[in-house]
Design a protein around this ligand. Structure first.
Ligand code: GLA
Length: 394
């Protein structure tokens, strides 16, 4: 929705004048490779999307936050001094979770009217939730800093960390930092090579030599809150504890090389735990090889690594499903597909493929048709570029 249209909606819902309305936006993300490595202190390689959450906001004179969404006809009203009490609301929990964490981190959270518009589809594995969280954090921090005479720019990495804490403490998903970091720190035309151990990062200009990034949304909603995600995290922690008996100095799976894993994997008896750890260690290695391949302009090698990543998420990490596997299988039948894999947490959501420009129409038509025949669902396709992270819209 255009800002102009959002403004008239804002005035219709909240009344008053438009002169003090501010606008902030933060995007969703697509992860190109490096899945389920972030919470293991590993590498990821995501980029910010052009799809985003836009907030219009105006400060009130009291301690109330009122939230509306452009596509929902309900208003959520919350009391800033009782923010811990809204965890179970149907919509607005991400926003209030962030407000709660911002308060805990010393920000001056003010009473506000806020209108949200999301273009990142919900439950699509493209981090619509991180887009909501980071835009909310940025909005609160900007207004809080202004009120308190702080003139330094908002620290976007801190916004990512606070957003992640909202997800852990308020929503109950023990996610890694990848989604919030991408939403906060994205850069037009670039992917982010991020080391989740210490948050050191490098922007990598994504030159796909005329090939396109095509996202396919299964339209099968994934439920991150479901215990499967947290369960994977626990299995990795169990694996780390076992490997630490031989390598006590290691603090995360991201510090363990393939060679070290090979030398010590016999210590892990539990077959499931072994599979999870093997995925993480090899996926980490694939990220390094991907960044290297792209640096050399070797898109074909990057495509092979994407394929291997999906296969590992299917066979070892077991977070794919019929819908994701179908999209990937059908994508790989198209001659112009360089690589195809699921992106995000899995269990539904989306795939990402690198496709020769000339074959994009054929890809969308054939993959879409076969997907519907096999699953009975209709997929949505987005041909995408990578965009910027969160910012105020002036
Ligand atoms: C979700 C989480 C991320 C990351 C991915 C899997 O998107 O929010 O932190 O763990 O799953 O790579």
């Amino acid at each position: 929705m255009e800002i102009k249209e959002m403004k008239s909606m804002f005035l219709e819902y909240f009344g008053g004048e438009d002169k003090d309305i501010r606008a902030f936006a933060s995007p969703g993300r697509v992860n190109l490779i490096g899945e389920h490595t972030d919470y293991n202190g590993g590498y990821v390689f995501p980029g910010a999307l052009k799809m985003k959450t836009t907030i219009l906001c105006r400060v009130r004179g009291d301690r109330k936050i009122r939230l509306m969404a452009s596509d929902l006809k309900i208003m959520v009203e919350a009391d800033i001094d009782n923010l811990e009490n809204y965890k179970d609301i149907k919509w607005g929990d991400y926003q209030l979770g962030v407000a709660y964490e911002m308060l805990k981190n010393g920000y001056d959270v003010m009473g506000m009217d806020m209108l949200y518009d999301d273009t990142t589809p919900h439950g699509s594995g493209l981090s619509s939730s991180a887009a909501i969280e980071v835009s909310t954090a940025l909005c609160i921090a900007t207004l809080s800093n202004e009120k308190n005479g702080i003139t330094t720019p908002v620290d976007m990495i801190e916004m990512a960390k606070i957003s992640q804490m909202a997800e852990h403490n308020y929503i109950g998903v023990k996610c890694g930092i990848m989604d919030q970091f991408s939403s906060a720190m994205g850069k037009e035309g670039h992917a982010i090579f991020l080391d989740c151990k210490d948050l050191s990062y490098k922007y990598v200009e994504l030159d796909l030599k005329g090939k396109k990034i095509v996202i396919a949304n299964t339209n099968k909603k994934h439920s991150l809150g479901s215990s499967a995600y947290n369960q994977r995290r626990l299995e990795c922690e169990t694996g780390l504890e076992i490997l630490k008996t031989a390598m006590p100095a290691k603090t995360c799976l991201g510090e363990i090389s393939r060679e070290e894993f090979e030398a010590h994997k016999h210590l892990i008896d539990d077959e499931i735990v072994l599979k999870r750890v093997e995925h993480v260690i090899c996926e980490d290695d694939r990220v390094l090889r991907s960044v290297d391949a792209l640096g050399k302009g070797d898109i074909a090698e990057f495509g092979r690594l994407m394929n291997a990543s999906h296969d590992s998420l299917r066979d070892l990490y077991e977070v794919t499903c019929l819908e994701l596997d179908t999209l990937v299988d059908e994508a790989r039948k198209i001659s112009g597909t360089v690589g195809s894999r699921m992106t995000g947490a899995g269990f539904g959501g989306s795939t990402v493929s690198i496709v020769e420009q000339d074959c994009v129409d054929e890809f969308i038509e054939k993959v879409g048709k076969a997907y519907t025949e096999i699953t009975g669902l209709t997929a949505d396709f987005y041909v995408t570029e990578l965009g910027d992270g969160g910012k105020e819209l002036k």
